[in-house]
Structures are given as C-alpha cells and as structure tokens.
Design a binder for this molecule. Structure first.
Ligand SMILES: NC(=O)c1ccc[n+]([C@@H]2O[C@H](COP(=O)([O-])OP(=O)(O)OC[C@H]3O[C@@H](n4cnc5c(N)ncnc54)[C@H](O)[C@@H]3O)[C@@H](O)[C@H]2O)c1
Length: 348
C-alpha cells in the first residue's frame, strides 16, 4: 500500500520532504497540502507537479480519507494542535521538531497517543538516522569502549540570522544534541549548567556566543556541548564519547582531500542541510517502511519529543540563572520503549 501524505506547512523543510517523498523515496505519495499562506501551497503543488488537493486548513486535510499520514512542517507553535487533531482522527504523524513548544504540550500528545492505544507519532530528530551516530551507538551498545564516562560535543555554525537570540542556541541548535546524546548512551539527563566563555567579537550585541552546556546524566556521565554559532569557518558537528576502555568519535563527513598551495586539506561543509541530507532521506523512508511493515512508526517518538522539550526548558533556565539546574522527567510509560537503534541504518 502506498502511504498517502497530507502536508501541513509548505515552507522550506516541508518542500524538501515533499521533494524527497515524490522524487527520491519509495512507498509514499503526497495527496494533500495546506498552508496558512495558500499561495505557498499552490506554488508547491505546481513546483513538484503534485496530484494533491489544496486544503484551507489542517482540519480539512486530516479529514481526507486518502490522507494516511500527516507531515507537520508548519511553525513550531502550530505543531501541537495539528498533531492532536491527527491522533484524534487515528492518522499517522511525522512531526518536525518541536513536537510542541512546551513540555506540557508534549505530554498532552503523549496522553492522546496512549489513549488511542497505538503508536502513531514520529518526531523529526534525524540525527538518529545519520550513519555516523548509528556507528557510535552500535560501538557503545556492544561495549567496545566499556562504560561511557564523558561526551565532548560541539555544534558550530559559520554565522546566524541577526534575529537569532541566546535562548535559540537551545531551542534551535542544542535541541538536536539534547535528543541524540541521551539516545546514544541510553541514559536520562539529571542536571545542566551553562557557562559563557569569552564572547566572540563576531556575535551581535544581544547574543551570548559561544556557550558551553555541562549536562549530567542519571548514570553519572558528564557531557559538555559547545554551541558556537558564529565560528566563521563552517558547519561543524563533533561528538567524542570517552569510555573506560577507549574513545569513539563521530566520523568527519566524506569529502576529497586536496593538496594545493602548500596545503593538505579537506573542505568543511557550510550548510546544515548538506551535513544531514542522507539522514533526512533515511528517516522518512524508515517512517514509511515501518508503518507498511508493522503498522507503527519506529523512530523517535512522542516521549522523545517530551524529553527534548522539558530538557530545553531547563537549559534555557540554566542560561538565565548560571546555576546547576535539575532536569526532572516524568517516569517513562511502558507504552514508550527506550532508545532502539534505528534498524533502517544498521546493517549488522
Ligand atoms: N529537523 C530539522 O533539522 C529541521 C530543519 C528545519 C526546520 N525544522 C522545523 O520544521 C518546521 C518548519 O521550518 P521551516 O524552516 O520549513 O519554516 P518555514 O517558515 O520555511 O515554513 C513554515 C511554513 O508553515 C506555514 N504555516 C505556519 N503555521 C501554519 C499553520 N498553522 N497551518 C499551516 N501552515 C502553517 C507557513 O506559512 C510556512 O509556509 C519548524 O518547526 C522547524 O523547527 C526542522
């Protein structure tokens, strides 16, 4: 069966997902679209020559019987209402992050999904589908480095939009590390403290940059994540896990090495879209395949959306207080399994 997608939000990532479902992946078809900007929805249908109905809003789109799955790519504050309406109608949901802008909102989605009685929702945390992170996770799970003790990570952007504010370092940037790192070491977060090093002169007046987040897990692992969004030299994601018996490190993205002008080098990417382009393809293909094979999505779920939202709230608080702040998660319901390796990427 082909999975019929209804897309809510035809902006940048909505169009990218439409393109990959239509032209790159198998098993899915765009059957409906909507956007508060109806002109954008119309342009999208024309641009990708879609055989899709343009609806005035998400409610009408969800009610279409040909829509099996709702792809939520609208602005963050609109996600919760659409996801809840889709669950109510018993439709599958692929929701770009954030699942909801508050932990309470995510919890409402968790409760609605549990009431429905079957998993419907996947959240767009694509790093779990990046082959580098999957290799790290496999090595850790197999005990290759013994017990993990520390993680050193960095998230660097060359530059950011002038509207980027200090808290966006958490909700737009660190959010991906928040999701992937607890999954990587199969642990839960316990506390966070934020340290602001000397400020770069390349950051605008209103922005604290760089920032270092020191996160402790319940198991005692200490994680430091540098967020540096005016690093100038490129888009650079680093992750090194230090264990009792050794160290594993995220591979660098593939690229030719060159010898030129008395330099031996490799180009560094500048655009985040290029860094995780394969992971986006794999995550959506996995969403389609899992539903077709098992009737449920297997990727990051609504509980992971809740963990991310709650942890992000505490990280923002820690930015403001400068103190070590407790991350107190609700108990994970049995409905939500823990930290499975993304089988779509794992070959052995
Ligand atoms: N996983 C990732 O790495 C990643 C990357 C980019 C964006 N995102 C997330 O995807 C979402 C969209 O980001 P974007 O960059 O495409 O933004 P965008 O502004 O380019 O597009 C959003 C679109 O949603 C529409 N919209 C807003 N509210 C709506 C509503 N209630 N109903 C229907 N349409 C509505 C807007 O008109 C716009 O066309 C954001 O939540 C963002 O955080 C995730």
């Amino acid at each position: 069966m082909t999975l019929g997608f209804g897309v809510v939000g035809t902006g940048a990532i909505g169009r990218e997902h439409i393109n990959r479902i239509t032209n790159k992946l198998s098993g899915g078809k765009i059957v409906a679209v909507t956007d508060v900007n109806q002109e954008s929805a119309k342009q999208t249908v024309e641009q990708y020559q879609l055989d899709a109905i343009i609806y005035p809003d998400d409610k009408a789109l969800i009610a279409d019987e040909n829509v099996d799955a709702v792809l939520v790519t609208s602005w963050g504050p609109a996600h919760e209402a659409t996801v809840l309406a889709a669950i109510e109608a018993g439709k599958y949901v692929f929701c770009e992050k954030p699942l909801a802008t508050t932990a309470e909102g995510c919890m409402r989605i968790v409760e609605a999904e549990m009431r429905h009685g079957k998993k419907l929702v996947q959240v767009g945390f694509m790093r779990r589908y990046d082959s580098g992170y999957v290799q790290l996770k496999q090595a850790i799970d197999k005990g290759f480095i013994g017990e993990p003790l520390m993680i050193h990570a960095a998230h660097r952007n060359p530059t950011v939009d002038p509207r980027y504010t200090t808290d966006m370092a958490v909700v737009d940037t660190l959010i991906h590390e928040i999701d992937v790192l607890h999954w990587l070491v199969n642990d839960d977060y316990k506390s966070v403290q934020v340290v602001f090093p000397k400020k770069t002169r390349n950051a605008l007046e209103h922005l604290r940059d760089p920032q270092v987040f020191i996160i402790e897990t319940k198991g005692g692992i200490v994680i430091n994540v540098e967020v540096f969004v005016n690093c100038r030299y490129g888009y650079d994601i680093q992750c090194e896990v230090v264990g009792e018996e050794g160290i594993v490190k995220l591979p660098e993205p593939a690229g030719i090495s060159f010898r030129k002008d008395v330099t031996l080098g490799t180009k560094i990417l500048t655009d985040w879209k290029d860094r995780f382009i394969d992971a986006y393809d794999v995550e959506i293909q996995d969403f389609i395949n899992s539903i077709q094979k098992t009737g449920e999505p297997k990727g990051p779920d609504a509980w992971d959306g809740y963990i991310a939202a709650l942890t992000a709230d505490v990280c923002v608080k820690a930015q403001q207080t400068g103190e070590k702040e407790d991350i107190t998660l609700e108990e994970r319901p049995a409905f939500y399994r823990k930290n499975a390796v993304c089988e779509a990427v794992v070959k052995n």
